[in-house]
Design a protein around this ligand. Structure first.
Ligand code: CS2
Length: 506
């Protein structure tokens, strides 16, 4: 495969479609199987970049194995609005084909066309089609990437929030649902009435025990509809836990022209990934699965240890990094890591705050894992965006940091690094960095109460946001003292000095 230095021509390129597959430049890998022979064993809800760079690639590799033709994917998008409609149209125009461009740390680039998604349904336009597809006998796995906040569980009680207005709508309008769980539960009810079996619900979101969380959400919704249906689901649906890992940056116009220039394909929906990829899954598929074991998926019983390691080291490092690095003016991950104060602070967080209290999977060294994370973040080719990581912090911070923070609070550990992350998060929520440069804030999970708190003059508003309530940080005088001092230092001495201070705290 050529490198980016060779990229001197062809920004327009071939338009993707089944018919044009034979015309794509030779340097691009194309599906090595006959797409017309595929049927849809998998329905995937939430067709974002991560799914298209991760699960879809593993399935693509399975489809290359003879006998796996029944594991094609139908994608489902639940989001409404103009951009979502445009995305649905673009996917349809390309017959569901798109390019995945993988950037290795050494600068080499590989492009392949993924053919695994054989259809895409935009749910708001045709909810009946989505229900029919989910209820079809050939559907055996329903996989999900609906974001960390998408499971609608109460932070404190860990119960499914029936009070959510869309959930309420779905409970009274079961044939035209809006939410993931409205669709899934109605489809399962249709399957039950038709005498069919259930399917596997495979969460691929970055949540601790994502299978258990999905189970709580599905059963919580089902029980509110009909206890008998909930019991049937318990017996006919499996919810394997899975740990997913691959960095897939946002793709805006600049990234589109960069990768299309490399591929020679005029792809309207390209996706980007690092070369690293990992998927650890519990082998609990009630209605069968593709030959995942042949394509690098690790089928194991100790997934929760992998999830804990990944969430508390990798995703938490992303959160710890993004807000302070943006305060320094950085917008791209590898560039931020070249600032010594940032790299030291991140290492101190991993070595002093997290690794001593996390139990990783047997046989995995957390020291090696730490080094691999840093090397991946330093990949200069991938151009991952700090804003991508920052957004949705209200849902993500509690997931990735709460356990560490909870243990630091109860053991009386060093609060400096976490306080700096939260003080920077506070500033980010105000929509600008410390020099007044705008930061687009995308926080769909702030409640009206949270927004009111942030508008108030409470200096500890951020510590009291609803997702952090169970930690009661604002009631811990030592934490508050360090948080206040960190905020003052950020303003008076600037982010680099604050990072240095935090890195050197014991
Ligand atoms: C990031 C993840 O947005 C985030 O929270 O930490 O998207 C991260 O890039 C992936 O989990 C990597 O597997």
């Amino acid at each position: 495969m050529k490198t980016e230095a060779d990229n001197d021509d062809d920004t327009l390129g071939v338009t993707l479609s089944n018919k044009a597959l034979g015309e794509v430049p030779q340097r691009v890998t194309v599906p090595a199987y006959d797409r017309s022979q595929l049927s849809a064993g998998i329905v995937h809800i939430g067709v974002g970049n991560f799914f298209r760079a991760h699960e879809a690639l593993y399935v693509e590799k399975c489809l290359e194995i003879p006998g796996q033709e029944s594991w094609g994917i139908v994608g489902v998008g639940l989001g409404d609005g103009d951009d979502k409609r445009k995305k649905a149209d673009a996917i349809a125009k390309q017959d569901g084909l798109y390019t995945l461009t993988e950037f290795a740390p050494n600068g080499s680039v590989a492009v392949r066309v993924i053919g695994a998604m054989i259809d895409f349904l935009h749910a708001p336009a045709a909810p009946d089609k989505v229900l029919t597809r989910l209820a079809a006998p050939e559907t055996r796995i329903v996989s999900l990437t609906i974001t960390e906040g998408g499971y609608n569980l109460d932070e404190a009680t860990r119960e499914f929030k029936l009070s959510d207005p869309d959930v309420q709508y779905d409970l009274t309008n079961p044939k035209t649902p809006k939410t993931t769980f409205g669709f899934i539960v109605e489809a399962l009810s249709m399957r039950r009435e038709a005498g069919l079996k259930g399917f596997t619900i495979l969460s691929c979101d970055n949540l601790r025990s994502n299978g258990k969380v999905s189970r709580t959400a599905v059963l919580g919704f089902a029980a509110a509809r009909d206890m008998e249906l909930a019991k049937w689901i318990e017996q006919n649906v499996s919810f394997p836990n899975s740990m997913v890992d691959r960095i897939a940056p946002s793709v805006g116009p600049a990234e589109v022209s960069r990768v299309n220039g490399l591929s020679g394909i005029a792809d309207q929906t390209p996706v980007i990934g690092e070369t690293f990829s990992q998927w650890v899954v519990e082998d609990d598929f009630i209605a069968g699965r593709p030959s995942f074991e042949k394509v690098g998926v690790e089928l194991r019983g100790d997934v929760e240890q992998f999830e804990a390691m990944k969430g508390r080291l990798l995703n938490a490092s992303h959160m710890m990094l993004s807000y302070p690095a943006m305060m320094c003016g950085f917008r791209i991950v590898d560039q931020a890591l070249r600032e010594r104060a940032i790299a030291d602070y991140l290492l101190a967080f991993l070595e002093k705050d997290v690794i001593p209290i996390v139990k990783g999977p047997d046989g995995v060294s957390l020291g090696d894992y730490k080094r691999s994370i840093i090397a991946r973040f330093e990949n200069p080719a991938i151009g991952d965006q700090l804003l991508r990581i920052a957004q949705n912090g209200v849902a993500k911070l509690p997931i990735f940091l709460s356990r560490t923070l909870g243990e630091l609070l109860s053991r009386g550990g060093s609060f400096e690094r976490v306080a700096l992350c939260l003080a920077s998060f506070d500033q980010y929520l105000r929509g600008k960095d410390l020099s007044g440069e705008p930061l687009p804030v995308d926080e769909p999970h702030l409640t009206p109460g949270d927004e009111e708190l942030l508008r108030s003059d409470d200096p500890h508003a951020v510590l009291r946001l609803s997702p952090f309530e169970p930690l009661a940080m604002a009631d811990n005088p030592r934490f508050v003292e360090i948080f206040d001092a960190t905020k003052a230092r950020l303003r008076a001495e600037g982010p680099v000095a604050a990072l240095r201070h935090a890195a050197s705290a014991l």
